[in-house]
Design a protein around this ligand. Structure first.
Ligand code: SF4
Ligand code: SF4
Length: 142
């Protein structure tokens, strides 16, 4: 972590600079040209996610869970396989309008409380080129 980031963490200015870098990075990077998060990591699905997505797909929750989901080692519901079964060949998400909340939130660099997720952000930089670019922008400004 750079000295500047440590200082920002202390002064609580980190959210402002990370959010600005987030906007800059996502103006440069097109997720449809990447989809690496949908190909490699995948989201956790909450009960409201299961309810909403199964309803939109006109499936029972039970059938949706049986067909698409499994419990991971932390007992969370995740997709059975990666790439995500809803990722299309052109990298579009076939359930985009009602996708899991975690998909909407990733990579979390526009969320409040950046100081508390710096380690996660550094980890996400390994799979997400936008996060990698955000860290690069931050280091250039430090
Ligand atoms: S890994 Fe990052 S840049 Fe790639 S699709 Fe996901 S959010 Fe977008
Ligand atoms: S549901 Fe959509 S956004 Fe979420 S991992 Fe699958 S393809 Fe990607």
């Amino acid at each position: 972590m750079t000295k500047k980031l440590l200082t920002l963490k202390k002064t609580k200015s980190l959210d402002r600079v990370v959010h600005s870098a987030h906007n800059e990075a996502f103006n440069e990077i097109d997720c449809l040209g990447c989809a690496n998060c949908c190909k490699t990591t995948g989201p956790l699905l909450t009960p409201p996610d299961v309810q909403r997505i199964s309803s939109k797909l006109k499936m029972t929750e039970k059938n949706f869970v049986q067909e698409y989901l499994r419990r991971d080692e932390d007992d969370d519901l995740v997709f059975k396989s990666m790439p995500c079964p809803f990722l299309e060949e052109d990298n579009a998400c076939s359930i985009y309008a009602f996708r899991p909340r975690a998909c909407r939130a990733f990579p979390h660099t526009d969320a409040p409380g950046q100081a508390s997720i710096l380690n996660l952000t550094r980890k996400n930089a390994k799979i997400c080129p936008a996060v990698s670019r955000i860290l690069q922008i931050l280091s250039e400004h430090s």
